[in-house]
Write a protein of this length. Structure first.
Length: 233
């Protein structure tokens, strides 16, 4: 039996979520096991399913930027961010073909060869407290030196520099925690994968300063996974 194509469902879901609420959004896109573990065999992709992958690409398609931690970026190997037909639609609408990947590397110790090994043309901006190197690999790599490279500062700079209203945050766990604690995240797109792991990195890597109430906007199930969308604040 052929695997169902979830792309249209994912596009409808993301458009519906953006149709309500404020124009400027930071959407944390998470996948977790039932016992709140963030990775299987060291990668979040190990918990993913066909509808979850379609939803992730749909979020990327409507985003200006994709915020992701440097270690996650090195591990997950970001290549073709969205389907070719969605890239063509973005170009036709006057947008950049690919969303820009935004990452934080305080000491500029990111392994750029590993990051760009899948796609040397990946549009990438690195926020760092160090000086920008004189030469960089890749055809579209920017390095921005800031005194503050917290998620809040990075999101503010990306909005001013690139004009992004919608930014998708893909973690990892520490970045999720800090972004939520700083009040940067407005939405949480959570996929609950039907598995118990018993070990592995937790969904959030540190404690939040206070409990944060969430408003459930919608929830549904496909292919055994539960897809919930929450609004924060």
């Amino acid at each position: 039996m052929a695997t169902p194509d979830y792309r249209d469902w994912a596009r409808r879901r993301t458009r519906a979520m953006l149709a309500t609420g404020q124009a400027r959004r930071v959407i944390a896109v998470m996948v977790t096991s039932v016992d709140a573990r963030a990775a299987l065999d060291g990668k979040s992709g190990g918990l993913s399913s066909a509808p979850d992958k379609a939803l992730l690409k749909a979020w990327r398609t409507i985003a200006g930027g994709v915020l992701v931690g440097a270690r996650t970026l090195e591990t997950e190997r970001y290549g073709s961010l969205i389907p070719d037909e969605d890239r063509d639609a973005r170009l036709a609408a006057g947008q950049d073909g690919w969303p820009r990947v935004l990452t934080i590397s305080r000491r500029m110790d990111i392994d750029l060869e590993a990051v760009l090994s899948t796609d040397p043309d990946l549009p990438l901006t690195i926020y760092t407290e160090a000086e920008a190197p004189a030469t960089l690999p890749g055809s579209d790599v920017h390095v921005i030196s800031l005194g503050d490279v917290s998620p809040a500062a990075v999101v503010a700079d990306a909005r001013e520099r690139y004009g992004y209203d919608v930014i998708v945050c893909e973690g990892g766990p520490y970045l999720f925690t800090v972004a939520i604690a700083q009040g940067v995240v407005t939405d949480l797109s959570l996929t609950l994968s039907p598995v118990l792991l018993g070990s592995g990195p937790p969904l959030l890597r540190a404690e939040l300063p206070d409990a944060m109430p969430l408003h459930l906007a919608t929830a549904e199930a496909h292919a055994g996974s539960v897809f919930a969308h929450y609004l924060l604040g």
